[in-house]
Design a protein around this ligand. Structure first.
Ligand code: NDP
Length: 295
């Protein structure tokens, strides 16, 4: 079998068009959805990511603000900006880019964000509301993107055994929370695995839907995958490659070529889940603007 490739670029572009249509509809009511991103320090990967968010916002007809702080900024200064954004009517959603410098408590910063503007969906209030199936809650961008990829690819998840490898708060746990709901792209039987799981291959081989988010290059081999499974590879890993111009290439957590021979569908890396994240963040910001307009 050669797996169908689930094209994150095409699906993300379609979602960004939907977002632009929704933003245009809000504009007729005098509302321009606004997203702010706060970044502390000069981590190059974060800088690139934040610039892409700003550009995507403008392309969708949305308002975008980027607030930059030096790595030496204090927690009090950062909290003051969070308070300002919580009160700013032009900003419907915002996020503080992680990781933060060690002297700042990410937890304190996160807890200070108004849950109604928490478009990253990391505030415990949103985590809980997603868990109880509240459709007005913000779903974290990467898991939300995975679910949308499955829906828009016509994959019926009802009754599937979804096995998730990785239990982080940003991917593993929230994708489990979405896949178990009684909603489109849900209704799975969910197993979550982690580094202490016993006999991992025996668990992954039970998966109709295998979601891998561990950060280990090409860790999942063809022998770990049930023939016909749908495989979602969340991993983004740099591996040295002297033949590449930059001296490295990007691979996922799944041994793509071999697993594509066994799976029925697979997300590539790059060009898969990673492309969905910004699109879903824009989607959440439009949702925030709509909900705030409704009061
Ligand atoms: P974390 O490091 O926070 O979590 C990794 C998880 O994998 C942990 O739960 C860990 O288990 C588990 N794990 C590690 N090794 C093994 C193993 N050998 N067997 C089973 N489980 C294992 O990672 P993230 O969730 O933040 O990210 C995972 C990957 O996804 C990374 O490559 C990251 O770059 C990528 N990513 C991609 C995004 C995108 O937009 N596409 C967004 C976010 C992340 P334990 O808890 O026991 O330590």
């Amino acid at each position: 079998m050669t797996a169908r490739v689930l094209d994150g670029v095409a699906i993300a572009n379609a979602i960004r068009l939907d977002v632009a249509v929704e933003a245009a509809a809000l504009l007729t009511r005098g509302i321009i959805p606004g997203l702010a991103v706060v970044i502390v320090g000069d981590d190059p990967a974060s800088q690139v990511y934040v610039a892409s968010k700003g550009k995507a916002c403008l392309e969708a007809g949305m308002h975008s603000e980027t607030i930059r702080f030096a790595g030496t900024t204090t927690e009090a200064e950062l909290l003051a900006v969070v308070d300002r954004l919580n009160a700013d009517p032009r900003i419907h959603g915002f996020l503080v880019q992680l990781p933060l410098p060690k002297h700042i408590s990410s937890e304190q910063v996160l807890l200070r964000i108004d849950p109604n503007k928490d478009v990253d969906g990391f505030h415990p209030m949103n985590v809980g509301r997603v868990a109880v199936g509240d459709q007005t809650a913000f779903r974290p961008a990467t898991p939300f993107g995975i679910q949308q990829m499955l829906i828009k690819s016509g994959i019926d998840t009802r009754g599937m055994h979804a096995v998730i490898v990785g239990r982080s708060n940003i991917v593993g746990k929230p994708i489990a929370s979405l896949l178990v709901q009684d909603t489109p792209g849900g209704n799975c039987t969910v197993t979550i695995c982690h580094s202490r799981s016993r006999d991992l291959p025996s668990l992954t081989r039970q998966a109709d839907l295998l979601v891998v988010a561990i950060g280990k290059p090409e860790f999942v081999t063809a022998e770990m995958v049930k023939p016909g499974a749908v495989v979602v590879d969340v991993g983004i890993n740099r591996v040295p490659d002297p033949a590449a111009a930059r001296g490295y290439r990007i691979v996922g957590d799944v041994a793509y070529a071999a697993v594509a021979e066994v799976a029925s569908a697979i997300t590539p890396v790059p060009g898969g889940v990673g492309k969905m994240t910004i699109a879903m963040l824009l989607m959440n910001t439009v949702q925030a603007a709509r909900q705030q307009a409704a009061g």
